[in-house]
Design a protein around this ligand. Structure first.
Ligand SMILES: [Zn+2]
Length: 179
């Protein structure tokens, strides 16, 4: 029997396979957060968030409620006006992409959100296993660059018109290029 899936996701062709799988695992709480590891009987030195050290690490804490996540979210909100800076869960974050304009622009939003999940989790792993992490602003820059590169390398027709336009307004940068 396969486990029932709570949140279905599509396979996004603008996102690499590893990031599509990561997105599915994120939306279905299948990442190796400390609460999930402990639930499965894996011995952990602590259940605390390795970044802030103040509370149990779970999915929503990593991406939304940790002080580091809040700071990164604030940078994201200053980049794109649709970013749900007051989201309280991963599901809240993801649901906002379905409210973005037309279906084409929505795809760009999904790529940016997938790049957010990918990059924040990568930083979490660097902090957990190497004890170091980048500044919140640099993480936001990594998200911008990652999403830009995914679309630039993988989209056939819709590509960002330029890096400058992408930084100014990523959704319109992709669609002004092909309109
Ligand atoms: Zn934390």
């Amino acid at each position: 029997m396969l486990p029932s899936v709570e949140q279905e996701t599509d396979w996004f062709k603008w996102i690499p396979s590893k990031a599509n799988i990561h997105l599915w695992r994120t939306l279905n709480n299948r990442l190796a957060t400390r609460d999930n590891l402990i639930k499965r009987g894996v011995a952990c030195s602590s259940d605390e968030c390795p970044t802030c050290l103040v509370t149990v690490e779970n999915l929503d804490h990593v991406f939304v409620n940790c002080s580091t996540a809040k700071a990164i979210n604030a940078h994201m909100a200053s980049w794109v006006n649709w970013w749900p800076v007051n989201a309280t869960s991963v599901r809240d974050l993801w649901s906002v992409v379905y409210e973005i304009g037309d279906s084409g622009r929505r795809e760009v939003g999904k790529v940016i959100m997938a790049a957010y999940f990918w990059t924040v989790w990568t930083q979490r792993n660097h902090k957990t296993f190497r004890g170091k992490c980048k500044s919140d602003k640099d993480v936001c820059s990594d998200i911008q660059f990652t999403a830009y590169e995914w679309i630039r390398c993988r989209a056939k027709f819709s590509k960002p018109s330029s890096w400058e336009n992408w930084i100014c307004n990523p959704v319109d940068a992709v669609y002004s290029a092909c309109n």
